[in-house]
Design a protein around this ligand. Structure first.
Ligand SMILES: *Cc1c(COP(=O)(O)O)cnc(C)c1O
Length: 383
């Protein structure tokens, strides 16, 4: 049985009727940019998030950029973030001219280690970007407390956590801004690129709306230096059509995660869930010291897995100018060698999940890999 990592074709087939209808409506309207579909999407997504305002934009990367620009972040400023993230989080900081300052992550929850945060703050620090990686929310109480004490803004990177909640509030409504990505494979995905910024303040919203459209307040009046980062009407219509299903899909992702965790405990290290939040499992990421061998073994059986992410941002060529060296972020670097993302998408069947579990169990039973696994995992679980 083949198990793909994702399957957007099956997803489209399942929702073909509402999606085709949405696309046809836009094509026939002749209105493709900044029209009624974007307005409707923004209202629908505001309602989904339960509070604040939403400004649609062209990608998750630009959502983070626009939020930083709305905080007046620029050259000379520092932004605190993790290196264990999708590189676009960091690209967005670079786009403003500000300097990314990296904090290590927690080895069990994979997200920002808030105990290290305060030591990275300087007089140039303007913003903290907690990344809700894999669908798990960062310890926001700790972040907000530190941010308040040092008068810093908080921009949540919600690209992987649409629909997750923290003490009852949706991810993206907790900090000053939330930056969402609707890249097709995300928990809520467009059929192309898309993103959005959420904010609690009307003033911020008005600023974002200018920034995403050449800085225009009204036609040919440019009040701020902006860019073109508009969500097009087709993507807005497709997203609105799918919002009603997001919670259902996240529910299924959690069921899949539960089945994996039950089938894999004591075999590999399974993901830890923070108690204050609901995880939405954009990705299900295990740890094993035999990661590369396991990945090849599974591939031979037709099971696709991926690594998110094999090279941390601070060790990427593009960011060598920041001066980080191997050893600077030990947990991040160790994870990069041990993590493996298992197939995770709402249409995954129980039979497919069991096939993945069986593959991993069979691999672990091979003489060359058994010996140290459990001892090693026990040691790392207690650290
Ligand atoms: C996907 C992603 C982004 C970038 O979103 P795009 O829509 O691809 O620009 C940023 N941060 C994280 C954590 C992501 O997963």
């Amino acid at each position: 049985m083949k198990v793909p990592f994702g399957d957007l074709k099956t997803h489209y087939q399942a929702y073909k009727v509402p999606i085709d209808k949405a696309v046809a409506r836009v094509l026939e309207s002749g209105h493709f940019i900044l029209g009624p579909e974007l307005e409707r999407f923004e209202k629908d997504f505001e309602e989904y998030l339960g509070s604040g305002y939403v400004a649609g934009c062209a990608s998750g990367t630009e959502a983070i950029y626009l939020a930083l620009a709305a905080c007046d972040v620029g050259p000379g400023d520092e932004v605190i973030v993790v290196a264990h993230t999708a590189v676009p989080t960091i690209s967005a900081i670079s786009m403003t001219g500000a300097k990314p300052v990296f904090v290590d992550v927690d080895s069990a929850s994979y997200v920002m280690d808030v105990t290290e945060l305060e030591s990275k703050i300087t007089e140039n620090t303007k913003v903290i970007i907690p990344v809700h990686l894999y669908g798990q929310i960062v310890d926001m109480d700790a972040i907000l407390k530190i941010a308040a004490a040092h008068k810093l803004k908080v921009i949540e990177d919600v690209a992987q956590a649409t629909g997750a909640t923290y003490r009852g509030a949706k991810a993206g409504t907790i900090g000053d801004f939330g930056a969402f990505s609707f890249y097709p494979s995300k928990n809520l995905g467009a059929f192309g690129d898309g993103g959005a910024v959420s904010t609690r303040s009307r003033e911020n919203f008005d600023r974002l709306v200018m920034l995403r459209n050449y800085g225009q307040s009204k036609r040919y009046h440019h009040d701020v230096v902006g860019i073109n980062s508009r969500m097009d009407e087709i993507q807005a219509a497709i997203l609105s059509a799918q919002i009603p299903f997001v919670d259902e899909w996240n529910q299924r992702r959690c069921e899949i995660a539960k089945r994996y965790t039950q089938g894999l405990k004591n075999i590999v290290l399974t993901p830890a869930e923070n108690t204050a939040s609901t995880h939405v499992y954009h990705l299900y990421v295990i740890q094993t010291p035999h990661r590369d061998d396991l990945q090849n073994y599974l591939l031979d059986r037709g099971i696709q897995t991926l690594i998110h992410y094999p090279i941390p941002a601070h060790l990427q060529k593009a960011y060598s100018y920041l001066g980080y060296k191997p050893g600077h972020l030990p947990v991040t670097e160790r994870l990069a060698k041990r993590i493996l993302s298992l197939p995770m998408f709402p249409q995954l069947t129980d039979e497919q999940i069991d096939e993945v579990i069986k593959g991993i169990r069979d691999f672990s039973a091979e003489p060359s890999t058994t010996s140290n696994v459990s001892k090693f995992e026990k040691a790392s679980q207690t650290r």
